[in-house]
Design a protein around this ligand. Structure first.
Ligand code: FA5
Length: 353
């Protein structure tokens, strides 16, 4: 037969369990926030203690006082233990905070090896800064061009002998058809004149492609920077003055430049723009082909046929254009004697610039 449990001793056992569980929980907490939550569930307003106290009312009257005293003693013990643990945890948390905020003056940052722009990129950027400072804006065009932009609009019809100087790779594209890797940045002149009315003062930097064999001053892939000025009453003197101002700004006052008569189908008259070879100082070396001068680019007054191709009246508008090789400028500026060095991508070399 099952014996009825004695409610008083059952309650006493439960208070003991409440005390044991409480002690274990309080000592197990590792943060003040968690400790507060545990104390709340043990002795707070909606806690195990409040529940036990309610149940004391259901015990026989003669044992209520004794059981109540036991419960109060258990609560007091848990509260004291809670205070003790709170003190310990506050010290630990403060120390952890000090540790976090401690400034280790012996700590060293590992040095990172950040790269920087290639010398051709930084040359373009410097050139852009110089020309923007002179009132030019910057335009870009596609590297794969049509025959019309690269040749015909520039007064180079299909049978023109100048085409052989600028031989290049042709590609078939959908839907454009036969296209070519542009041989110079001059097609961007055409695109700019189609897109905006004069006055125009623009530079066009970019990559170009030719069937040239790599040597100390040539590469099959290289960069140019094109310049175009169109307005009323522009003269050859404006061209010479602009190039002189650019040379002084970019190379310094000591560097001389010269214009040599030349021929380009899209300019008339045309000239080559040379500066003193900075490597041999005019004595002659393999970079300047023993001449003492290094050709930087071509220039001239915009040909009337080019104006006609873009619908500008050559009687009303005049202009000049120029095109430099960026690598040649970089060689000159940094005293590098072989253009191929720029393309070997040896970081020990590139790091110097
Ligand atoms: C032209 O490309 C003309 N479009 C320049 C021009 C623009 C003339 C506007 C008149 C008006 P040229 O083929 O000479 O011209 O090339 C211009 C410059 O590019 C050269 O002076 C040289 O500095 C550079 N260059 C030419 N070929 C190479 C090459 N293979 N490698 C590196 N640089 C080169």
């Amino acid at each position: 037969m099952r014996r009825e449990a004695d409610p008083v001793s059952g309650m006493v056992e439960e208070i003991q369990r409440f005390l044991d569980d409480g002690k274990r929980l309080i000592t197990a907490q590792v943060s003040l926030v968690e400790l507060d939550a545990v104390l709340g569930s043990l002795v707070g307003r909606r806690s195990r203690f409040v529940e036990l106290r309610k149940r004391i009312g259901g015990l026989p009257a003669e044992s209520r006082k004794e059981v109540g005293r036991l419960l109060n003693a258990a609560v007091e013990e848990l509260e004291q233990l809670g205070e003790l643990r709170r003190g310990e945890l506050s010290v630990e948390e403060r120390e952890r905070g000090y540790e976090r905020e401690r400034l280790d003056l012996t700590e060293t940052e590992p040095t990172s090896s950040r790269g920087h722009g290639h010398v051709v990129t930084s040359t373009h950027e410097t050139l852009e800064d110089v020309f923007v400072g002179m009132g030019f804006s910057v335009a870009e065009g596609p590297e794969i061009e049509s025959d019309w932009y690269n040749f015909e609009a520039l007064n180079i019809p299909p049978d023109h002998p100048a085409r052989s100087m600028w031989d290049t790779l042709y590609v078939n594209l959908e839907p454009q058809g036969k296209m070519l890797l542009r041989t110079h940045t001059s097609p961007v002149q055409i695109r700019v004149m189609q897109a905006q009315r004069p006055p125009i003062r623009v530079i066009c930097p970019g990559r170009v492609y030719r069937r040239d064999t790599a040597d100390a001053s040539h590469m099959p892939v290289f960069h140019q920077i094109e310049g175009l000025v169109v307005d009323r009453g522009i003269s050859f003197a404006d061209l010479a003055g602009t190039l002189e101002a650019f040379t002084t700004e970019y190379f310094g006052k000591a560097i001389h430049s010269r214009l040599r008569p030349s021929y380009f189908p899209f300019t008339e008259p045309s000239a080559e723009f040379d500066i003193n070879c900075l490597i041999c100082e005019g004595a002659g070396c393999r970079t300047c082909g023993m001449t003492g001068w290094l050709e930087l680019g071509g220039c001239g007054m915009v040909h009337p046929n080019v104006f006609a191709a873009v619908g500008l009246d050559p009687e009303e508008w005049t202009g000049f254009a120029f095109g430099f090789g960026t690598e040649r400028l970089a060689l000159m500026r940094y005293g590098i004697d072989d253009m191929r060095e720029l393309w070997t991508c040896d970081v020990r070399f590139l790091r110097q610039f």
